[in-house]
Design a protein around this ligand. Structure first.
Ligand SMILES: Cc1cc2nc3c(=O)[nH]c(=O)nc-3n(C[C@H](O)[C@H](O)[C@H](O)COP(=O)(O)OP(=O)(O)OC[C@H]3O[C@@H](n4cnc5c(N)ncnc54)[C@H](O)[C@@H]3O)c2cc1C
Length: 512
C-alpha cells in the first residue's frame, strides 16, 4: 500500500469528500487519501444534517464539482425558502403570514439526502483515483517541515501515512483544530434538535382553504425549505429524496431552554405547545420517527483555518455559524476554494505564504460579518413584517454581492478583491446598521406592514439579482454591477431606517 500522499484528508464527510473531488478535477494526478471514521455505505435519510442548499453551495456542487446529473436525478430540486409566521396558536397554517416564491428562481438550489450524497461522492472520488479508507479513526497528526505524519487505527491496527498537506475535515471533532488549540467561542447561544420521519410531509394537505391552496403551485410548498417561525425560534421541514422528511427545531436559549427540546419526548411536547398543527399531523397521521439528535450551542469560530505550513481546516472543523439560511455548504464551498488554490499553487512550486495569510483573513472576516445576520436576531422571528424585511435584506446582500463574487470566481482573485475592498467595507458598516435597526421597530405596530402572502420574487430586483448569478461578467462589468447593487442596498437601508416597507417601484431604479 502507498504510504505517501500529496494530501491526506481527515474525515470523509461533505467538506472532505467535496474537497477531494475539487482537487482531482484540478489535477487528476494528485495522490489523495481520505480517512473516514464511519463504515460506508452510510444510511440514507438519517446520516447528517445539512440537507438544504442555497445558491453558493448549490453552485459549488452543481457546477464547480460537476455533480449536476446526480443532483437532478437523485436529489430534489428546491423551491426556495418559505416562511410561516405565528398566528394565534399556530393551529391553522392558512391563517399564518407566508413569505416564499411561486416559481423556481433561475439559479437552482437543492434538497440533499446527505447519506445518499456522501455515498455517491465517496464512490466517485474512488473512481477518480483517491484512496478512500472507511472505518479509519485518525489518532494523531504530526506536522513537520517536509512531510506530515497521520496515524490512525483501522480494523484494530495502528497505521501511519505521510503527506505534504493535511486537511482537517473531521467536522465537530475538529481533530487538528483541537490539537493546535485553535477553538474560539462565539457569543450566539442557539440550540437545536432534529429528527426524520418516513414519508412526505405535504403542507398543502394542512388546509383545504381554497384561496390559500391557490397561492403556490401544487408541491411547491413541499419542495421548499419550510420555516415555521415564532419568537426566538424556527422549525424546519425539509423533504428528502429518500421519501423521508427532516424536521428540526432551532431555538434561542434565552427564550427556549435546551432542556425543553433535548430529548424526543420533550421536543414533541415543545412542538405541541408552539407548533401544534405540526405536532397533531405527526401524531394523527402516525408518521414513523426514525431518529433523533440534539445539539447545544452549535456556533463556533476558529483562530486560524489556513496555513502556509501546509495544513488547513474545512467545513465544521473550522467554523460554524447557524443553520438559518443554510450557510454551512456555502462555507464549505468557500473554504474549499481557498484550500484548493493553496494546494495547487504549492504543488506547482509557488510560495503561498502571502496567499495563505490573505485567504485566512478573508475567510474569518467573512464569518464575523455573516455572524451579524444572526447574533441577537432570533427575537425578530416573532415579528412577521420586520422579519420579512430582514430576509429581503439578507437575500439582497447574499445574491447582490457575496454570491456574485463567488459565482464569478473572484474570491481567490486577490487583485479584484483589493479593488473592491473599500466598497466591501461600506457594505459591512451598512449591514451592521441595518441589522441593528430592526430592533427599533419590533414594538411599532405600524412599521414594516406586510400582506398575508408575499411572493419573494415579486421584488423585481431580487429576481434580477438571482438571475444575474447565471451570467458571467468580465472584471469591469462585475465591478460596475457590484457597485450598482451596493448603491441599491443603500436605498433600501434608507427605507428601513424609517421602518418603511419595501415597495421596489418607489426606489429610484432608473437612476442606477
Ligand atoms: C442543526 C444543523 C442544521 C444544518 N442545516 C444545514 C443546511 O440545511 N444546509 C447546509 O448547507 N448546512 C447545514 N448545516 C451545516 C452542515 O451540517 C455542515 O456544514 C456539514 O455537515 C459539515 O460537513 P463536514 O464535512 O465539515 O462535517 P461532517 O459532515 O460532520 O463530516 C466530518 C466527518 O469526519 C469524520 N471524522 C470525525 N472524526 C474523525 C477521526 N478522528 N478520524 C476519521 N474521521 C473522522 C466523521 O465520521 C464525519 O464523517 C447544519 C448544521 C446544523 C448543526
Amino acid at each position: 500500500m502507498n504510504l505517501h500522499y500529496d494530501v491526506i484528508i481527515i474525515g470523509g464527510g461533505l467538506a472532505g469528500l467535496s474537497l477531494t473531488r475539487q482537487l482531482l478535477l484540478a489535477n487528476n494526478n494528485l495522490k489523495i487519501a481520505v480517512l473516514e471514521f464511519r463504515k460506508h455505505p452510510v444510511a440514507e435519510a438519517i446520516h447528517k444534517v445539512g440537507e438544504s442548499l442555497v445558491e453558493i453551495g448549490a453552485h459549488y456542487f452543481n457546477n464547480r464539482l460537476q455533480l449536476g446529473e446526480h443532483l437532478k436525478t437523485d436529489q430534489l430540486k428546491k423551491a426556495g425558502l418559505r416562511f410561516f409566521f405565528t398566528h394565534q396558536n399556530n393551529e391553522d397554517i392558512s391563517q399564518r403570514i407566508e413569505f416564499g416564491a411561486t416559481f423556481f428562481p433561475k439559479t437552482p438550489s437543492f434538497q440533499l439526502d446527505r447519506g445518499r450524497f456522501e455515498n455517491y461522492l465517496a464512490q466517485l472520488i474512488t473512481e477518480q483515483g483517491a484512496h478512500f479508507i472507511d472505518e479509519a479513526k485518525v489518532l494523531a497528526i504530526d506536522l513537520n517541515q517536509n512531510s506530515h505524519t497521520v496515524s490512525y487505527s483501522h480494523q484494530g491496527e495502528k497505521q501511519m501515512l505521510f503527506s505534504r498537506w493535511v486537511i482537517d475535515a473531521s467536522g465537530r471533532s475538529g481533530k487538528l483544530k483541537r490539537q493546535l488549540e485553535l477553538t474560539k467561542a462565539v457569543e450566539h447561544d442557539i440550540n437545536t434538535a432534529w429528527f426524520r420521519i418516513k414519508g412526505k410531509l405535504d403542507l398543502d394537505t394542512w388546509s383545504s382553504q381554497a384561496d390559500w391552496l391557490k397561492v403556490a403551485p401544487r408541491d411547491f410548498r413541499y419542495l421548499s425549505t419550510n420555516h415555521l417561525m415564532g419568537k426566538g425560534y424556527w422549525t424546519w421541514l425539509i423533504p428528502l429524496a429518500s421519501n423521508c422528511t427532516s424536521i428540526g427545531i432551532v431555538a434561542d436559549a434565552a427564550l427556549h431552554p435546551f432542556n425543553e427540546i433535548n430529548h424526543l419526548p420533550n421536543a414533541l411536547e415543545w412542538l405541541k405547545k408552539y407548533e401544534p398543527q405540526l405536532a397533531t399531523k405527526l401524531a394523527t397521521d402516525q408518521y414513523e420517527i426514525i431518529d433523533f439528535h440534539s445539539l447545544k450551542h452549535y456556533s463556533h469560530d476558529c483562530e486560524q483555518v489556513f496555513s502556509a505550513q501546509r495544513w488547513a481546516l474545512t467545513g465544521e472543523a473550522g467554523v460554524f455559524l447557524d443553520p438559518f439560511y443554510s450557510p454551512g455548504s456555502d462555507f464549505i464551498a468557500l473554504s474549499n476554494e481557498f484550500i484548493s488554490d493553496l494546494i495547487i499553487n504549492d504543488l506547482a512550486g509557488f510560495d503561498i505564504k502571502l496567499k495563505a495569510a490573505y485567504y485566512n483573513k478573508q475567510y474569518l472576516e467573512l464569518f464575523q460579518n455573516f455572524l451579524l445576520v444572526y447574533q441577537n436576531q432570533y427575537l425578530l422571528m416573532g415579528y412577521p413584517g420586520t422579519m420579512i424585511h430582514k430576509v429581503i435584506w439578507d437575500y439582497a446582500v447574499y445574491w447582490g454581492i457575496i454570491s456574485l463574487l463567488y459565482f464569478n470566481k473572484k474570491i481567490t482573485d486577490i487583485n479584484f478583491m483589493q479593488t473592491f475592498s473599500s466598497a466591501m467595507h461600506k457594505l459591512v458598516v451598512l449591514n451592521k446598521k441595518v441589522q441593528t435597526n430592526f430592533h427599533n421597530y419590533i414594538n411599532d405596530p405600524h412599521a414594516f406592514p406586510v400582506k398575508h402572502f408575499t411572493d419573494t420574487m415579486s421584488y423585481q430586483f431580487l429576481q434580477d439579482w438571482n438571475t444575474n448569478l447565471m451570467q458571467s461578467y468580465d472584471d469591469s462589468a462585475l465591478f460596475q454591477l457590484l457597485n450598482n447593487n451596493l448603491a441599491y442596498l443603500q436605498l433600501i437601508a434608507e427605507q428601513y431606517y424609517q421602518g418603511k416597507s419595501l415597495i421596489p417601484s418607489e426606489l429610484e431604479l432608473e437612476t442606477l
